[in-house]
Design a protein around this ligand. Structure first.
Ligand SMILES: Nc1ncnc2c1ncn2[C@@H]1O[C@H](COP(=O)(O)OP(=O)(O)O)[C@@H](O)[C@H]1O
Ligand SMILES: [Mg+2]
Length: 271
């Protein structure tokens, strides 16, 4: 049977929200609309806007709401905001929510985009990073989290993806400023178990899934947040960047057993 792939982030998010052990790790997410923009920015001063079926960080935008220092407070309008919109290597400054929405709409055309609570990620050398957790079906048909790496954003980028200049690092190096070895060990165990729970939950709705990659951001309280789940995760970073060669050997063995390398042409892309 071909390996099942699911490209809609919105569909996957809704499947995950049905599981109480997972839902608290998912940032608040809506389909992008004027109402969603307005209500999200009332609660979160920073939000992400991204294509429902995007990959590699393409099309991802970040909005930051800041008080407009030039505004003279009055009774009717005590605070006025301005909006910074980051995308690609640029930042636009929009003076009102209406203009922000017009600008976003012009970029997204008729495609479905999501708006998501922004996570202020931990940093390494002043650049945001997040983690990738790889979870695979083992040859004896159990879910196992088989690898973890960290990804650091390139300068002036709001995404950490490799295709957008992000660099790959070992997670113990990225997290060493934030936790000791014992806490790191516990944290890794938590992420491993999150990976297997997410895989099992998605599999209920999408049988035929064999491998997933969780993108996980960590906030300043060291809480992990699942930004998205990929059903066609890249394997090469685990080969290239993890010095312990046993890690990739196992990843490769599992991938061979479920036919990742033989079923490329047959792979079904759905949803
Ligand atoms: N809600 C968010 N909070 C903080 N960073 C985010 C958020 N959503 C996306 N990002 C950043 O953008 C990158 C790409 O977003 P993602 O949802 O993984 O889409 P893609 O499928 O393009 O990889 C993430 O790896 C992360 O660096
Ligand atoms: Mg991603």
């Amino acid at each position: 049977m071909a390996i099942r792939r699911v490209s809609s982030k919105w569909k996957k998010t809704n499947v995950l929200l049905r599981n109480e052990d997972i839902s608290s790790y998912i940032p608040l997410t809506y389909i992008y609309s004027w109402d969603a923009l307005e209500s999200m920015l009332k609660v979160y001063p920073m939000v992400y806007i991204k294509p429902d079926q995007g990959t590699y960080g393409n099309g991802v935008m970040r909005v930051e709401q800041l008080p407009d220092q030039d505004h003279v407070p009055s009774e009717e309008i005590p605070i006025k905001y301005k909006y910074l919109l980051f995308h690609d290597m640029t930042v636009e400054i929009l003076p009102s929510l209406e203009e922000l929405h017009t600008y976003i709409t012009s970029r997204i055309h008729q495609q479905t985009y999501l708006i998501q609570q922004g996570i202020v990620s931990l940093q390494y050398n002043n650049r945001a990073f997040d983690l990738r957790v790889l979870t695979q079906k083992s040859p004896n048909h159990r879910w196992a989290s088989t690898g973890m790496i960290g990804r650091v954003a390139a300068p002036n980028k709001v995404v950490t993806n490799h295709h957008n200049g992000g660099s790959v690092h070992m997670i113990d190096i990225l997290l060493s400023n934030y936790m000791d070895r014992m806490d790191l060990f516990k944290f890794e165990r938590l992420l491993h178990s999150l990976g297997t729970k997410v895989a099992a939950q998605l599999e209920k709705k999408y049988p035929g899934i064999k491998e997933i990659g969780l993108d996980v951001a960590i906030d300043s309280d060291l809480k992990p947040w699942i930004l998205e789940v990929n059903t066609l995760p890249a394997l090469f970073p685990f080969k290239q960047f993890i010095p312990d060669k046993h890690v990739y050997k196992r990843i490769h063995r599992y991938a061979l057993s479920y036919g990742r390398f033989s079923s490329k042409k047959k792979a079904s892309k759905q949803a």
